[in-house]
Design a binder for this molecule. Structure first.
Ligand code: NCD
Length: 341
């Protein structure tokens, strides 16, 4: 697959790695504007077409993009691999070109292969938003995580997260959510630490700017935001779905019981957290595996706030795509456009 270095429309959002701080802040500031006044949504999307090209399962991300696009008055088209020509062997890039030729203005792409969104972006003229590509990146999830943290800790003006510590607990190696959050949070000045056994958080993650810890009990008291990750069994082995009633042992963890003993966020563990520290999860949650239901639904949980913020940041990402060629757009995007000229 082509990397994100290949040429693409400048309004494409392919990842948060390498995205300059002012660009990150512009997305978050637009999300804050939508949050402050849900009625002042511009109609930049009117008669424009946003196509969801989702070749991997998704409930929340696809719905969130659809609602965001509709809030901008756009027409939403949904394409899934089942029933599409991708299942007949047409390449994703060819499919994307066809959808663009029908008049799509923005392509929102989710696929199993790392680099898929960048490959599509290099093959079409319109902007592309990466909605999750393999283990690589999930930039709008990263933005919604950053927005949730900034809002919680009163940083909505500057989006400067310095002094805050973000723990990412669990299967970071397989996680595009972790990669986007590590990139965005460190760019905004937060310290980030991945906590997991070696098989789920390898030392090589440190090159992205995160610290690595092995003991959750030791790491929890220092955290402001604790992001729990799902163990992504499907990314460890092809067809590694456990049979009914069988332990979901994989090469990466010996047993669920052992994993829970060290890394599950139970109410007892949550009591080690600072007052005011919050719990997050990108979903889908394995309730009572990585995160106990009592904590997921408890007072520290910001999981539903994350979902709410997802629509706001996706509105910002789609608006950026739809205004990038126009003379008049919100000031934030105009500044960015001028910077590129
Ligand atoms: C995640 C994803 O698909 O990357 N979910 C999401 O988009 N909210 C995380 C996961 O699958 O565990």
């Amino acid at each position: 697959m082509t990397t994100s270095q290949a040429p693409h429309h400048p309004a494409s959002l392919l990842g948060l790695q390498g995205l300059p701080r002012p660009s990150l802040v512009r997305y978050l500031a637009r999300a804050a504007a939508f949050d402050r006044d849900a009625t002042s949504v511009p109609s930049v999307g009117a008669r424009r077409v946003v196509a969801n090209v989702f070749l991997e399962d998704s409930t929340r991300t696809r719905t969130s993009f659809s609602i965001a696009a509709r809030r901008l008055s756009s027409i939403v088209v949904d394409l899934a691999s089942a029933g599409s020509s991708v299942s007949k062997g047409e390449t994703l890039v060819d499919t994307a070109r066809n959808i663009e030729a029908m008049g799509a203005d923005v392509l929102v792409v989710r696929a199993r292969e790392s680099g898929a969104a960048a490959a599509v972006a290099a093959g079409v003229r319109c902007p592309v938003i990466n909605a999750g590509d393999g283990k690589h990146e999930h930039p709008t999830q990263g933005l919604l995580d950053l927005y949730t943290i900034a809002k919680e800790f009163g940083r909505l003006g500057s989006f400067d997260l310095s002094g805050l510590r973000v723990l990412i607990v669990g299967d970071a190696n397989s996680s595009r959510v972790a990669r986007s959050l590590i990139a965005g949070a460190t760019t905004l000045g937060a310290s980030v630490c991945c906590v997991a056994p070696p098989a789920l958080a390898s030392r090589s993650l440190a090159s992205l700017g995160t610290e690595i810890e092995r003991s959750l009990d030791d790491a929890l008291p220092g955290a402001d935001a604790v992001v729990m990750l799902r163990i992504q069994f499907e990314r460890h082995l092809p067809d590694s779905k456990p049979a009914e009633g069988q332990a979901r042992a994989t090469p990466t963890i010996a047993s669920i019981r052992e994993y829970r003993a060290g890394y599950a966020l139970t109410p007892e563990r949550a009591s080690l957290m600072k007052p005011g520290a919050i719990v997050m999860h990108p979903g889908p949650m394995n309730r009572n595996l990585e995160l106990d239901a009592e904590v997921a639904d408890g007072p520290r949980s910001r999981i539903m706030a994350q979902v709410h913020h997802g629509v706001l940041v996706r509105m910002a990402a789609i608006e950026r795509c739809l205004t990038s060629d126009e003379a008049a757009g919100p000031a934030e995007w105009t500044t960015q456009r001028e910077a590129k000229m």
